[in-house]
Design a protein around this ligand. Structure first.
Ligand SMILES: Cc1cc2nc3c(=O)[nH]c(=O)nc-3n(C[C@H](O)[C@H](O)[C@H](O)COP(=O)(O)O)c2cc1C
Length: 283
């Protein structure tokens, strides 16, 4: 069996080792989502610490898909130089970085997103305050185009791949879940219909970036919610993902309403509060 420290491949992407930093919102970007030097320094520290592949914090593909403050945004060409500096720094240090693409859907923040959140259906996401507006078919097409545009920018600006954020109750995950997707058109009802949004996103991204560019997905193996995405359906979606040609699947689970099974663990101490110092040397 290969060791953690041996080089590995994910699809066409060669990694110096098998340590991958799962996407983690850092909150270090400007109010408009522009990456900062602070975030670049943070990624540099991760590479110096030995990480083979960084997956960026969730990055919104359209301003109305924003949730937490300081989140990264990849919806405009105006950020080209900042993004190139960020990916260039990671590469100069021998690291690799993929960009996690998201639209927060019904979990978007009203103030941050600048409008009432949008979702598959006008069903409130548990643990979030707003009743979202149900998307029309034309609006769905606009959002899938925005994912493709964002992936195109990510490729052009030096990211080594993109990861579709299909987990944790954000828009892709909302379409998959019967709890938040109560549509009666071709995007709702059967599993095939609920998964249509995800595969539209993927196909448009693939058409934009070409067949040799790494495209991953993170999605829920289970929502841990009554009437949410269950394990059997998730397994079916995973099979379809593999057949569709995505390069890797990261399986997570839960969303903000899933209590102890929610994806963000709490009560983790900040480094300065930890009793022992990090054993990793800082370059
Ligand atoms: C502060 C914090 C920020 C996070 N930000 C993201 C994010 O931007 N994207 C994402 O997919 N997951 C995010 N997560 C979830 C983790 O990447 C991971 O999925 C979670 O810790 C559960 O692990 P599991 O996916 O192996 O079950 C975040 C978690 C924490 C604690």
């Amino acid at each position: 069996m290969a060791s953690l420290f041996e080089p590995g491949f994910i699809g066409p992407l060669k990694l110096k080792n098998r340590m991958i930093r799962s996407a983690t919102w850092e909150g270090m970007c400007g109010p408009d989502g522009r990456p900062t030097q602070k975030l670049t320094d943070h990624y540099a520290d991760l590479v110096k610490g030995g990480i083979g592949l960084i997956i960026s914090g969730y990055t919104y593909v359209r301003p109305d898909g924003k949730q937490l403050p300081g989140k990264m945004g990849i919806y405009t060409d105006a950020f080209a130089e900042d993004f190139k500096r960020l990916t260039g720094t990671v590469h100069d240090l021998g690291g690799k970085i993929a960009c996690q693409l998201v639209h927060a859907g019904g979990q978007a923040d009203l103030k941050a997103a600048g409008r009432k959140p949008v979702a598959p259906s006008a069903v409130k996401a548990a643990a979030f305050p707003e009743i979202p507006q149900a998307l029309t078919i034309l609006e769905i097409e606009d959002i899938t185009d925005a994912f493709a545009g964002a992936a195109g920018r990510a490729k052009e600006w030096g990211f080594d791949g993109v990861q579709i954020h299909g987990a944790h109750g954000y828009l892709v995950s909302q379409f998959l879940s019967p709890l938040t997707n109560q549509r009666t058109d071709e995007y709702g009802g059967s599993l095939e219909n609920r998964a249509r949004f995800l595969f539209d996103v993927y196909e448009k991204i693939r058409a934009r970036v070409g067949k040799n560019y790494p495209v991953f997905i993170k999605f829920n193996g289970e929502d841990h919610l009554e009437n949410g995405l269950n394990r059997e359906d998730a397994l079916d979606v995973a099979r379809q993902i593999s057949l569709a040609g995505m390069d890797a699947v990261e399986v997570s689970s839960g969303n903000a309403a899933s209590g102890e099974k929610s994806p963000a663990r709490t009560k983790i101490d900040a480094p300065k509060k930890r009793p022992i110092t990090s054993p990793l040397p800082r370059a």
